[in-house]
Design a protein around this ligand. Structure first.
Ligand SMILES: Cc1cc2nc3c(=O)[nH]c(=O)nc-3n(C[C@H](O)[C@H](O)[C@H](O)COP(=O)(O)O)c2cc1C
Length: 328
């Protein structure tokens, strides 16, 4: 179990914030798969503080996904303070500050990973959020801006010193994007240096690696991003592996059920057009490693609405089922 401030999670597994991905429908799916905490996409503190309606929809949540963390990005302490108050009033359970995003349009404003280049500002941002909420507060950092500015340990201590209740580290330099391997030894060093819970993140591509990260780094929690996009079952699989020493992989029926469930959530929250467009991509992701991908890609290109999507999913799964049963 992992406790962040006053919030007790049911386990130590966390869905990483991923912009364009960790929307409400996906978070509901991942929660069902057993994640102890889910995080929103990063949300602009400026957008929230200006009352932009599109930005505030990122704070829409459902009780079934709680506890939930809202991740905010910004650079101006007063704006972060306002956004923190707004998110708190909206009913999230944890506030997380993004200090790791390397995307140009974010860092050019001084937000995201750019905050790591300005430790004083980073401290002020955390302090401002701390003053503005009684909810647990966390920050997500990188190894530093670049190998020449490898200051994760300094920033981690600043985050803790300014009242945060937890820290997540994705140990890659912002300047390196996703290239190379995440340096788990940095997670170990940060864990040794802090009293607050430390969450490790980076390169958990299969269930055993989550257990390995925890045992080699001694981190309190593990955060999973990209692997969950094609394999949301990973949370369940890690928990099963921890408990029983092995885990089940999803069969055809599990995959079909997941597709239908995810599509139903997308339809409910995003409407038919957006839901169907997103689901076209998800159909290919959730069928990764299944046969006849070319056929499926061809079928997906024919999808133009709810009805075609449903019938194409049925057609593809029916085809594979018959083939697996030896009738293909
Ligand atoms: C599509 C995508 C969007 C992301 N968006 C965010 C974000 O909004 N905030 C953030 O802190 N990190 C973001 N990340 C980084 C992830 O949270 C995570 O740190 C990274 O993917 C490493 O973990 P992984 O190896 O498990 O994927 C994003 C990553 C991806 C792939």
């Amino acid at each position: 179990m992992l406790t962040v401030g006053t919030v007790q999670l049911k386990n130590w597994l966390i869905l990483a914030p991923m912009s364009g991905r960790t929307n409400l429908p996906f978070r509901l799916i991942v929660k069902k798969m057993g994640a102890g905490l889910v995080v929103t996409e990063m949300i602009s503190a400026v957008g929230l503080s200006r009352g932009q309606s599109k930005t505030s929809t990122y704070l829409d949540t459902h009780r079934a996904e709680r506890p939930i963390a809202a991740q905010l990005f910004g650079f101006e302490p007063d704006t972060i303070a306002t956004a923190t108050r707004i998110a708190t009033e909206k009913g999230v359970d944890v506030i997380d500050i993004n200090m790791g995003c390397p995307v140009k349009k974010v860092v050019k404003t001084g937000s995201g990973a750019a905050l790591m280049r300005d430790p004083k500002k980073a401290g002020k941002v955390v302090a401002a959020a701390r003053r503005s909420t009684s909810l647990p507060l966390t920050a997500k950092i990188r190894a530093g801006w670049s190998p020449e500015e490898a200051n994760a340990l300094e920033i981690a201590k600043i985050v803790e010193g300014n009242g945060a209740d937890g820290l997540c580290i994705h140990p890659r330099f912002a300047s390196k994007g996703f290239s190379g391997r995440a340096d788990w030894t940095l997670i170990t060093r940060i864990k040794r240096a802090l009293r607050i819970p430390v969450i490790g993140n980076g390169d958990i591509t299969e269930p055993s690696l989550a257990l390995k990260m925890r045992s080699v780094t001694n981190c309190d929690g593990v955060m999973i991003g990209r692997a969950a996009l094609s394999n949301p079952w990973i949370f369940k699989q890690i928990l099963e592996l921890e408990e029983k020493g092995s885990f089940a992989t999803p069969d055809l029926d599990d995959r079909y059920k997941l597709i239908m469930e995810h599509y139903a959530f997308l339809l409910q929250y995003l409407g038919e057009n957006r839901a169907t467009n997103i689901m076209k991509g998800l159909l290919l992701l959730y069928t990764k490693n299944l046969p006849h991908r070319k056929y499926l890609k061809y079928l997906v290109s024919e999808i133009d609405g709810r009805q075609t999507l449903m019938s194409i999913a049925d057609r593809y799964f029916g085809f594979i089922r018959r083939e697996t049963a030896g009738e293909g």
